[in-house]
Design a protein around this ligand. Sequence first.
Ligand code: G3P
Length: 221
Amino acid sequence: MKIFLDTANLAAIKMYNDMGLVDGITTNPSLLAKEGGDPQKTMEEIVRIVKGDVSLEVLSIETSGMLEEGRRLRKYGNNVVVKCPLTPEGLKACKMLTVEGIPVNITLCFSVNQAILAAKAGAKYVSPFIGRLDDNGQDGINLIREIHQVFQNYKFTTQLLVASVRHPMHVVEAAKIGAEVVTLPPDVLGKMLKHPLTDVGLKNFLADWEKLKKENPSIRI
Ligand code: G3P
């Protein structure tokens, strides 16, 4: 399973990238707006820091504008994946960018039918938003299960990128299903890392070592 960070926060990206945990990044206009500053500089910096795929989203709602923006975004680096919305215009842009060799992440997917169409349009990734479905009284993880099964049935090569992840159990469930990628807000990745028994265990190891050192001050490892 690949782990992407769903953020434009440079400090979080650097921190988790240094731990070797970041296979890629997804951003969107809301995440860039949250960080403030110059979004172009932020996107360029993300593309520089992270070796894996970085999804950068278009803002146009028409295919011609998406193509222009997508080509410009791709100039930031060869690891840029252009994020287009799951609309007729977005799917057309996906098809055309893919033919040009520019990979596309189709975003705002909320159904199996939409995911099938993203795959047919040649998307490298399709991003179902599971947390927003849960918020809406639907079962986000079940959507992942169904898309995964359909993609396997037809050997579609589009990768299932689980987005709008709200908590670590979403990650566990997506991993059990076999989704290729999860994109996580930094706080969810932080929660995956922490366990109270790890903290207690480490504290006890260090306390026992201090006892040993009192008996024999010259010991070292
Ligand atoms: O990539 C964006 C997607 O993950 C949206 O997440 O939390 O705004 O529903 P959220």
